[in-house]
Design a protein around this ligand. Structure first.
Ligand code: GLC
Length: 434
């Protein structure tokens, strides 16, 4: 690396550290962004903990502990934990109204759905990098138990006959990729409820044009109020859900996490080995149902009718991260990646750039995200496509160098968009890029 590059990387590292410091609350949890997302989000905290682990194991574990403060009695880790009331974000605790008996700790407010389970993978990575495993043994063992309960919840509460080998997502927000065009048809079909009590608060500043449309928000909130009326943790939730998808992000990250938890169990709880191996086997088999021969890619699937959901998205590459693809499938995905990369000079866009639904600036419908790039790059490297892995890494680095730690970036490289000083962009830069 040239001296100039190494100086600029040091400056970027300092900036990333500063972002995590200013977005940290009470030295316990970290908001994704000061203005747009002022609470604690599930998968954000996973990526953020990886960033902390690069220089402070204690703080990394505390990030996961604080997320687990919101874990439910039934094992679910909710997608948002509302540690402090914040008037600038909606939907807040009063919209969700999660009954207090559902959360394991009294007095903690949370949302009523989950998000992609990256935390098992994160825990195992922190463990692997921890120089004094003995000193932290109890904390790792406690978090291990929490994450195992989370897996158990997925496999029991989010699977149903005949498909116990794939978990279902019940809301576009559960995939973490809230606004993918492949949800459009299902979102259109959601019965609209009365949401007159709800006011959007995400249309701030000049980002409004990149946010989801009002009609989509009507569907999102109708789902929230419908699940609230059912009582969330009820046996009626799955049969009565108005949005049901075999989701690539949830299933890929759950399988990746099962692999990583199996590894961690060797030190923390060897007697759990059979449990993890069985889950790896089940989910790996299930993932094959999401492979489309016709499109030569993995696709999200409508769980109501078994139809694949088009267009292709960056989620199609995540089974590589999960090691769920075979060599032929990996080769097809490498070809797909290369085609997309020839259209735009930066990768990986969220939506197939050849789809009419592609929108270069609207979030999850075109722009590039740092977290998905990290997972896709790792996935390609694992299958021997080191050149692709390196290109994705170089693209991500260049976008941050050019624009800063934005939430997402346009694939022609012109703009950083969404929230600036975004926590997971800073954290993954520390962990992966600089
Ligand atoms: C947006 C993203 C979601 C993320 C949240 C907080 O809703 O779609 O994935 O967790 O912001 O950053």
């Amino acid at each position: 690396m040239s001296e100039q590059n190494s100086n600029s990387h040091k400056t970027l590292r300092d900036e990333a550290l500063y972002i995590l410091k200013t977005n940290s609350r009470d030295h316990r949890y970290t908001v994704p962004s000061d203005r747009l997302y002022p609470y604690q989000w599930n998968w954000d905290s996973g990526f953020i903990a990886l960033g902390y682990a690069a220089y402070d194991i204690d703080r990394a574990l505390t990030e996961l502990d604080s997320l687990m403060d919101g874990q439910w009695q039934n094992g679910m880790v909710p997608h948002i934990v509302f540690h402090e009331f914040e008037e600038h974000y909606a939907p807040g605790p009063l919209d969700w109204q999660v009954p207090s008996h559902l959360t394991a700790k009294p007095g903690v407010c949370t949302s009523g759905i989950t998000q992609p389970p990256i935390i098992g993978t994160v825990l195992a990575r922190i463990y692997a990098s921890c120089p004094d495993k003995e000193a932290y043994h109890l904390r790792f063992a406690t978090l291990y138990t929490h994450v195992k309960a989370y897996h158990e919840w997925f496999m029991t509460k989010r699977t149903s006959a005949p498909a116990h080998d794939l978990v279902k997502s019940l809301h576009p927000w559960e995939s973490g990729m809230d606004n993918l065009p492949c949800w459009d048809k299902l979102v259109d079909d959601v019965p609209r409820g009365d949401i007159s009590q709800f006011r959007r608060k995400d249309l701030k500043g000049d980002n409004a044009a990149q946010r989801p449309h009002d009609s989509d928000y009507h569907a999102y909130m109708s789902l929230v109020y419908h699940y609230r009326a059912i009582g969330y943790d009820s046996i009626e939730l799955l049969p009565q859900a108005h949005f049901k998808v075999y989701d690539l992000v949830l299933n890929s990250l759950l399988l990746r996490s099962a692999h990583d938890m199996a590894q961690l169990a060797q030190d923390i709880k060897p007697e759990d080995q059979a449990y993890w191996q069985a889950q790896i086997h089940t989910l790996t088999q299930g993932m094959q149902k999401l492979w489309s021969e016709e499109h030569q890619a993995f696709l999200n699937q409508n769980a109501f009718d078994g139809q694949f959901l088009m267009p292709l998205s960056c989620a199609s590459f995540l089974p590589l991260f999960a090691r769920a693809a075979n060599e032929t499938q990996a080769a097809a995905l490498a070809k797909l990646y290369t085609k997309w990369r020839e259209i735009y000079p930066y990768s990986v866009p969220t939506t197939d750039p050849e789809s009419p639904k592609f929108e270069i600036e609207r979030y999850w419908r075109g722009p590039i995200w740092v977290n998905t790039n990290w997972m896709i790059s790792e996935g390609f490297a694992a299958y021997g496509y080191q050149d692709i892995a390196d290109t994705i890494k170089a693209d991500t680095r260049a976008l941050i160098e050019e624009h800063g730690f934005y939430e997402y970036f346009t694939p022609e490289g012109a703009k950083g968009l969404g929230a600036n000083h975004f926590s997971w962009s800073a954290a993954l830069a520390l962990y992966w890029l600089f």
